[in-house]
Design a protein around this ligand. Structure first.
Ligand code: URA
Length: 239
C-alpha cells in the first residue's frame, strides 16, 4: 500500500466517512506509532501502527452494497427510539464498517448505497460533485408537467431563502386529486424535495428515490439489497 493521508487511511479502516475520520484526528483520538497525531495530512503506510482510542486499526476489504430502503428505517446511527438503522438490514453490516452514502428521511424509501469506502462515499455525497438524484413523489393536488416547469423556471426558493436550481421535472401523472411527480435534482439538502413542493404550494405524501446518477435499484424490492462492485457504481454516477 502506498502511503496515504491519515484521514484516508482511517476511512479505509471502515471508521466512517473521511470527514468523520478528520474529526477523530481533531479530537486527538488517533495515534501513529505511539504518538498522537493532530495533523490531518500526515502520511501513513502499511508498516505504521495506527490506533484509534487506543485500539489498533487496519484497512479493510472495501465493500459496496445497494439497498432499497424501506420507509421506517433510519439512515443515521443515533436513534434512541429503537428504530431500525439501515446498515442493520445487511447481516454483518456494522462489523464491515458500512455506512450509508447520504441520507434519506425516515419515511422515504428507495435507493441507497452502503459502503465502508469513505473516499467513494465522500465523492458521491459531496455537493461539489453534483451527482444528480431522481425521486418519485406523490404530491397533493393536480399538477401538469408544464405547470411544474413554469413554477421552477428560475429555481425554487426554499423556506430558508436559499434557491434550488436545476430541478428537472420528468413526469407528472394524475392520481385522483394527487399527482405522481418524477424529478431529478443535483443536491442533497435536508428534506429538499419536501421543501421544494412546500414552496410550490403543495405537500409530499410519499417519497421514493429511484436513482442516484444513473444507478437504479435494479428490481430490488423494499428491504432487499445486493453487493455490487465499485466499478458498477462509478460507471453510473453522472451529474
Ligand atoms: N428530499 C426529501 O425531502 N427527503 C428525502 O429523504 C430525500 C430528499
Amino acid at each position: 500500500m502506498e502511503p496515504v493521508r491519515l484521514q484516508r487511511y482511517l476511512a479505509r479502516c471502515g471508521l466512517g466517512s473521511r470527514r468523520a475520520c478528520e474529526r477523530m484526528i481533531t479530537e486527538g483520538r488517533v495515534s501513529v506509532n505511539g504518538t498522537v497525531v493532530w495533523e490531518q495530512g500526515a502520511r501513513v503506510g502499511e508498516f505504521d501502527v495506527v490506533m484509534v482510542d487506543g485500539r489498533a486499526v487496519a484497512p479493510e476489504k472495501l465493500r459496496y452494497f445497494i439497498i432499497n430502503k424501506p420507509p421506517g428505517t433510519i439512515s443515521v446511527d443515533q436513534d434512541l427510539r429503537g428504530r431500525r438503522y439501515i446498515v442493520d438490514l445487511i447481516p454483518g453490516g456494522r462489523e464491515m464498517g458500512l455506512f450509508p452514502v447520504g441520507r434519506l428521511d425516515l419515511d422515504t424509501s428507495g435507493l441507497m448505497i452502503l459502503t465502508n469506502d469513505g473516499d467513494l462515499g465522500n465523492r458521491i455525497a459531496h455537493p461539489r460533485y453534483g451527482i444528480s438524484k431522481e425521486y418519485v413523489a406523490l404530491v397533493k393536488g393536480r399538477w401538469s408537467i408544464g405547470s411544474l416547469k413554469e413554477a421552477s423556471r428560475d429555481g425554487v426558493k426554499l423556506d430558508d431563502g436559499s434557491l434550488v436550481r436545476d430541478i428537472v421535472f420528468l413526469q407528472a401523472e394524475p392520481r385522483g386529486d394527487r399527482t405522481v411527480v418524477t424529478l431529478r435534482i443535483h443536491e442533497g439538502r435536508k428534506h429538499v424535495v419536501k421543501r421544494i413542493f412546500l414552496s410550490l404550494g403543495s405537500r409530499v405524501i410519499e417519497l421514493h428515490r429511484s436513482a442516484i446518477g444513473e444507478l437504479g435499484p435494479g428490481g430490488l424490492r423494499e428491504g432487499e439489497w445486493r453487493e455490487v462492485r465499485k466499478k458498477d457504481i462509478l460507471e453510473r454516477m453522472k451529474t
